[in-house]
Design a protein around this ligand. Structure first.
Ligand code: 4NP
Length: 154
């Protein structure tokens, strides 16, 4: 079974949303996978997602309220086949953390959808509703592409 870890800064806005969106798309396509999310920052560890992220995910039919923030660990680099960073700063942090025995592929989540026109999922934390909706729209496109890729390789 393939495994995917979604990583942002706080693990309370983008990456729990990403896990839910990819879970939804993968299961709708009948693809079994193990997924999780984590943050590079330890500040919000143990907390539920941001209420705005919960609200916007619920508008798309997804319940992320049960998620709890955790920080990326060195074991994640062996436990997951792929680690998807939301933005370049997350990717830089992951590259710095990456242990020598890492086996995971580490890349930007939007590298799945190069034609979308944005390489990074912008941090919605300090913005408004539109930022949260954009996160969902971008992740829906990326998740759809991953499903297409996995279907082709079956
Ligand atoms: P996230 O959003 O990385 O998408 O979870 C943020 C959450 C918290 C902070 C920054 C971004 N923060 O600075 O506390």
């Amino acid at each position: 079974m393939q495994s995917f870890l979604f990583v942002c800064l706080g693990n309370i806005c983008r990456s729990p949303t990403a896990k839910a969106m990819f879970d939804y798309k993968l299961s709708a396509a009948g693809i079994e996978a193990f997924t999780d999310s984590a943050g590079t920052l330890g500040y919000h560890v143990g907390r539920p997602p941001d209420p705005r992220a919960i609200h916007h995910a619920s508008r798309w039919g997804m319940d992320i309220s049960v998620e709890r923030a955790r920080q990326v660990t060195l074991a994640d680099f062996r436990r997951f086949n792929r680690i998807y960073a939301m933005d370049q700063s997350n990717l830089d942090d992951l590259e710095r953390l990456r242990p020598p025995n890492a086996t995971a592929r580490v890349e930007l989540v939007m590298s799945l959808a190069p034609d979308y026109g944005l390489c990074e999922v912008p941090d919605p934390y300090y913005g408004g509703d539109q930022g949260f909706e954009q996160v969902l729209d971008m992740l829906e496109t990326a998740a759809t592409r991953l499903v297409e890729e996995l279907k082709q390789s079956r």
